[in-house]
Design a protein around this ligand. Structure first.
Ligand code: MTE
Ligand code: MO
Length: 325
């Protein structure tokens, strides 16, 4: 695990976190059975309560099953405690432990660039802009694991319609918040901050691309990208930018943080594709996290476009997916 030397954190702020980590160790020991069964169940409920307390208010959602998978859900606990959110550290446990400093109100999302009507939206207005649907999507991380998550949001196209993209707009750029005071991971130059991602305009307009405000029926927990993130289920997880503050419509393919960090490893398209290996590992299989089978979860075969081919493959006809990986 990576160690942080973060000079932006005052001594007074370190102490509670260390206490918290001691407590986690206690909970881990308990979960491992060190204190016998009755206490172990109490401690694991306690661990759940601590991650759950990051969650926001309840959302009123409708269920639109045509976009949802019927596979077993990854547990709320796994969805909110095994995360990639490098602004809060590179270890999977760190976002849940360290994102408490993120300020999610007030929050403004600006939508600008090649649009007829550039607009800024307050997060509480975005919650009311369109009916919120619950969609159960697979999320496949480029690292080889996946989860099944009930996301709450509405198609990004609903937001883009408001600003009226110009004919010259060809791509959409997403920019995440980058504030050292709120995000301790920014002291690590592992990525070029702010976190930036992008899609081609037709990908952004695809009905699967979800402007995401919640999960499991509540507003997004901080570690999941509160208060607003993108979810693009047919692409590797890193395309789904968290805690975004800006959406820009542009005429050139935007520079993205992961592509900038290692262009050979993380292409702009990054469509899930079992037949295009990552330079350092195979992408043929994945391990499903949080389906209740723990470490006994068998490897499953990764599907082209993460199983969403019937809805997205036509956007790539004639494209060499090995070249445009
Ligand atoms: N801003 C930001 N967005 C991000 C990341 C990140 O580090 N920073 N990690 C990405 C990666 S690699 C994945 S797999 C998903 C993980 O989403 P989850 O933690 O909600 O499962 O978020 C993506 N979005
Ligand atoms: Mo990822």
């Amino acid at each position: 695990m990576k160690r942080y030397v973060d000079t932006s954190i005052k001594q007074s702020e370190i102490t509670p976190r260390e206490i918290f980590e001691d407590r986690r160790q206690l909970i881990k020991n308990a979960a491992a059975g060190a204190f016998g069964l009755p206490l172990a169940t109490w401690f694991s409920r306690e661990a759940f309560a601590e991650t759950a307390s990051y969650g926001g208010a309840k959302l009123k959602t409708t269920t639109d099953s045509i976009y949802s998978t019927k596979e077993a859900l990854s547990s709320y606990k796994d969805v909110t405690s095994y995360n990639n959110f490098y602004e809060f550290g590179t270890d999977k446990a760190e976002p849940a432990l360290r994102s408490g400093t993120l300020q999610i109100r007030p929050w403004t999302l600006s939508v600008e660039g090649l649009v007829k009507k550039p607009m800024s939206f307050d997060i509480d207005d975005l919650l009311k802009l369109a009916p919120i649907e619950e969609r159960i999507y697979r999320l496949r991380c480029v690292e080889g694991w996946s989860m099944v998550i009930p996301w709450d949001g509405y198609p990004l196209s609903r937001l883009l319609a408001q600003v009226e993209p110009l004919g010259s707009a060809k791509f959409v750029e997403f920019v995440s918040l980058a504030d050292r005071k709120q995000m301790p991971g920014l002291s690590d130059p592992v990525l070029n901050w702010p976190y930036r991602e992008g899609l081609r305009l037709d990908e952004a307009m695809n009905p699967l691309t979800l402007l995401t405000l919640g999960l499991y029926g509540e507003q997004l927990p901080k570690q999941s990208g509160a208060p607003i993130r993108i979810v693009v289920p047919w692409k590797y997880g890193f395309k789904s930018a968290k805690s975004i503050v800006k959406i820009r419509l542009v005429d050139q393919q935007p520079v993205t943080s992961w592509n900038q960090a290692a262009a050979r490893e993380y292409g702009f398209y990054s469509n899930v594709n079992p037949s295009v290996d990552h330079p350092r590992w195979s992408q043929a299989n994945e391990r499903r996290i949080g389906d209740g089978r723990g470490i006994f979860s068998p490897k499953i075969k990764t599907e082209i476009f993460n199983g969403y081919g019937s809805q997205v493959a036509s956007m790539y006809t004639g494209m060499d997916l090995k070249k445009y990986f």
